[in-house]
Design a binder for this molecule. Structure first.
Ligand SMILES: *Cc1c(COP(=O)(O)O)cnc(C)c1O
Length: 418
């Protein structure tokens, strides 16, 4: 077996790096999930998740599932068989959710948008205004389309719905944005929020998260879709006292406790700013250094958690990914479905800092050169370095001249003792 020494550079847009603190927090002995002490953990999680979703009146649910399970829970708990719903397809994730709507028995009106663009609030407004009989029961939006690196403006979508005076529910997929890109469940009146554990929350996959507004909780009582495992009714009966209707995944819950601690220590707004800055450094590398293009067609769509980078004609993006992995121990994201082979993706979310990003850019650069892309080695890394140095958000963190003198002085005096 060939062992590749050193760290694997994990730069797929999920799962993301699990911080050491979270890894250690998950190494727990199993315990009785019906004990009198267990709610101390779970109640704090429900309360603190609300801060991440930014809601006070909404309710959070946690399923032992992936984000896909939370997609299903969102649909079956709020809608009825045959309901007409509106959704937009512009990447593999918005495609899969739309596909699920049909398979579960909804009647989705799927608006195809070119991959590389996002949801147009004007179009939402027009389509809802046209629906005079208000037959559309829900609007589905993928906040951050991970396949193309496109972020849509949820606030503007909500404003468009309000302007059309349409009562449809707003359901939003935040799997690759929650805890990384600004998202405000209450302020933007999002009725159902779907998320997962393995992206911005820095955990392994295995928790499907759902945020439900009061309006969504009321809609639930009339929703007739068949549901069993994902029926919120069982959660509603058990969660308020801190329990689950079945065995919860303990290590993930302890891991979530620690990841939430880390999120609040850094600060949500600071985390959003860090993601924006690191993302911008990647974009500098792609656009200024390598002179390549992003799949996201306009800066207004640029995602702060993932960049999808188009490879030149005649080059297979999968080849770049394979060389990066086998030769440099760097995992990059693949092009999915319609964009397979046309791009590779760099995930820049979760527990990440400047030098980690520069390492990934350096590896991507070498792998691109290896497969014959005409770029200059160091060009992307240098562009990112310049950007990062020019935008240091914490100058106070820089070592002051005084500290440097002090450090060399103490080394000198140590030497003197020898
Ligand atoms: C990762 C992801 C999902 C769900 O993925 P799971 O593998 O089921 O957790 C859904 N939507 C988006 C936008 C994603 O990035």
């Amino acid at each position: 077996m060939n062992r590749i020494p050193g760290r694997n550079f994990l730069f797929v847009p999920g799962p993301t790096n699990v911080p050491d603190r979270v890894q250690r927090a998950m190494m727990v002995a199993m315990e009785d999930h019906r004990s009198s002490r267990f709610p101390d953990l779970t109640k704090s999680l429900f309360e603190d998740l609300k801060k991440v979703f930014k809601t006070e009146t909404g309710q959070i649910f946690m399923f032992p599932s992936t984000g896909t399970g939370a997609w299903e829970a969102a649909i079956t708990n709020t809608l009825s068989d045959g309901d007409k719903v509106l959704t937009f397809r512009f990447g593999q994730f918005s495609h899969l959710w739309a596909d699920m709507m049909g398979r579960l028995g909804l009647d989705p009106e799927i608006i195809d948008v070119p991959w590389g663009e996002g949801v147009s609030p004007e179009l939402v407004h027009r389509l809802l205004e046209k629906d005079k009989a208000q037959t559309i029961k829900a609007v589905f939006v993928c906040h951050n389309e991970t396949a193309t690196g496109v972020t849509s403006d949820i606030k503007a979508v909500r404003e468009a719905m309000d302007a059309a005076k349409h009562p449809a529910l707003l359901l939003v997929d935040t799997v690759s944005s929650l805890g990384s890109i600004d998202f405000r469940m209450a302020e933007w009146k999002v009725d159902v929020v779907v998320s997962g554990s393995q992206k911005g929350l820095m955990l392994p996959a295995g928790l499907g998260l759902l945020g439900m507004s009061e309006k969504a909780m009321a809609a639930r009582l009339k929703a007739n879709m068949k549901r069993c495992y994902f029926d919120l009714e069982d959660m509603v009966r058990n969660n308020p006292s801190g329990y689950f209707p079945y065995t919860p995944p303990l290590p993930l819950l302890y891991g979530l406790r620690e990841s939430l601690n880390m999120i609040f220590e850094e600060g949500l707004e600071e985390i959003f700013a860090r993601h924006h800055r690191l993302a911008q450094s990647v974009r500098e590398a792609v656009l200024q250094g390598w002179r390549l293009s992003l799949c996201a067609k306009d800066p207004k769509w640029w995602s702060d958690t993932v960049s999808a980078i188009l490879v030149p004609e005649g080059i297979n993006g999968a080849h770049v990914i394979d060389v990066a992995f086998r030769r440099y121990n760097l995992a990059l994201g693949a092009g999915l479905s319609q964009v397979a082979g046309k791009l590779f993706r760099i995930g820049h979310l979760g527990d990440l800092n400047e030098l980690m990003v520069l390492g990934a850019l350096s590896g991507a650069e070498m792998a691109m050169k290896d497969v014959g892309i005409d770029i200059e080695l160091g060009s992307g890394v240098a562009a990112a370095q310049h950007y990062l140095r020019d935008t240091d958000t914490e100058p106070k963190r820089r070592v002051s001249r005084q500290e440097v003198v002090y450090a060399s002085h103490s080394v000198g005096s140590m030497e003197g003792q020898h």
